[in-house]
Write a protein that binds this ligand. Sequence first.
Ligand SMILES: *Cc1c(COP(=O)(O)O)cnc(C)c1O
Length: 359
Amino acid sequence: MKEYQIDVQLSSNLKEKPAFDQLSFGTVFTDHMFIMDYTEGMGWHDARIVPYQPISLDPSAIIFHYGQTVFEGLKAYNTKDNEILLFRPDENMKRLNRSNKRLVIPEIDEDFALYALKKLIAVDKDWVPSVEGTSLYVRPFIFATEPYLGVRPSAQYSFVIILSPVGAYYKEGINPVKIAVEGDFVRAVKGGTGNAKTAGNYAASLKAQHDAEKQGYSQVLWLDGRENKYIEEVGSMNVFFKIDGEVVTPELNGSILEGITRKSVIELLQYWNIPVVERKISIEELFAAHHEGKLEEAFGTGTAAVISPIGELSWNGEKITVNNLETGPLAKKIYDSLTGIQTGVAEDPFGWRVVVETE
Ligand SMILES: *Cc1c(COP(=O)(O)O)cnc(C)c1O
């Protein structure tokens, strides 16, 4: 490995840590952050770990006006033996660069970014909670900082990593949620930025999400943006269905975000010899499968919740319930296996875990 240079400026004013058994999501941040800048002609430079602090930007910075930005999300876990584990973080760095390419943001050195991420976690190691179900959420992001109102890719960027201890996603075990199938708004279209982890996709999703919540639903099920027919994702998670013994997930089509949890679920199912296919699946087909009694389970997958079972689906004035509004055995098995690997209580036959050295 190359020699990497990161300047470390430790905080002289450490924060009081929150009660780790009362954490929610994304409200508390650790003592330090990583930051590195990009300037055209110079490349990425000035990698540093500094006290967590506000960022000062010119009001004309491109990020504010045209949304040239990408992000990642992953978690670090404290094991029973006080080891800190990451789950497939190399996949996050690869995806960050795929997102960069789509947003015309200069690529980062993936090995260096992972090294920086681990180093930051090591500095703030006392912030990795050890209460069951908790973790340290890691948010790397890159944004355009050049002050300029013209529309073109920025000549300057910052790459920042922040850390946030987060609580158990499910306080009383995993609970199936109610989902509204979205018939009007779309999250992304083929040829757009749906397969990049970029802010604009989230901005585009807020209205449908907001309306669905007002109607008593947790999330929306997104259909494709061309024909409004094929299932793409659920909320900001990938989606799986168990139909007549076979697991089906929408195939990657350019508008679906390639989740690392999705990829891991597919690999787990293959390892267990449970039939799994990636293909187009229409909302008509899904409801027809339910009418024939063949829809056994439905669940979303993503880093935040890992597995989120779907208990009810509403579409075109019809409501169907899946598995009696209960968590299905497959969703439970996948949840237990993945969280077992992530938290170090189970074997890791795939070599997915990465240890953070804290000296
Ligand atoms: C991040 C994300 C996912 C889930 O990806 P994971 O790598 O599994 O966390 C799914 N859909 C969208 C739109 C996302 O942004």
